[in-house]
Design a protein around this ligand. Structure first.
Ligand SMILES: NC(=O)c1ccc[n+]([C@@H]2O[C@H](COP(=O)([O-])OP(=O)(O)OC[C@H]3O[C@@H](n4cnc5c(N)ncnc54)[C@H](OP(=O)(O)O)[C@@H]3O)[C@@H](O)[C@H]2O)c1
Length: 133
């Protein structure tokens, strides 16, 4: 879809918003977005809230004194060309998500998150296009 949009629209594309979180591999789309200079906006960056209760992310959070949700957001934020817009109704969540901007993850954390299963796509509406094209 992105490739088609680039070819057919012929105008600059400001950003590309797709589901992206620690449980879904988007390396192909991220590589293509970077190649084209289009920022990727992570849709459902907390895997619709699931990240907050993930034991692996909780373990990393414990090490740094932060929450699993903050770890999930920090992991996305440290990637070149990735922007993050979590949905949060609770004020506490909103503040916590802003603070994720200052969460320092280390190489071990990155490796731990990298080996989490990445085949979980949670947003699959009936009108969904063919993904990853
Ligand atoms: N393009 C548009 O027009 C448009 C419009 C609306 C939404 N969106 C996007 O749609 C997506 C919708 O979000 P989503 O709900 O599917 O997925 P999400 O952002 O991955 O997760 C949202 C869920 O995580 C919870 N949460 C947020 N911050 C948290 C924290 N710090 N600790 C624990 N839980 C936390 C929220 O709870 P609470 O809400 O109770 O805090 C909510 O249940 C977002 O990425 C948003 O940017 C786009």
């Amino acid at each position: 879809m992105l490739r088609k949009a680039i070819e057919e629209i012929g105008a600059p594309i400001a950003r590309h918003q797709i589901e992206y979180h620690a449980f879904l591999d988007q390396s192909k789309m991220l590589g293509y977005s970077r190649e084209k200079g289009i920022p990727l906006v992570a849709y459902a960056p907390l895997a619709q809230g699931r990240a907050a209760s993930d034991p692996v992310l909780q373990g990393i959070g414990l090490k740094h004194g932060v929450t699993a949700a903050q770890v999930a957001l920090a992991w996305l934020l440290e990637q070149d060309g990735v922007a993050v817009i979590p949905k949060a109704q609770r004020l506490e969540s909103q503040k916590s998500n802003l603070d994720a901007l200052a969460v320092p993850l280390d190489d071990d954390d990155g490796q731990t998150i990298a080996v989490l299963p990445k085949n979980h796509r949670f947003v699959t509406p009936p009108f969904a296009p063919q993904w990853d094209t």
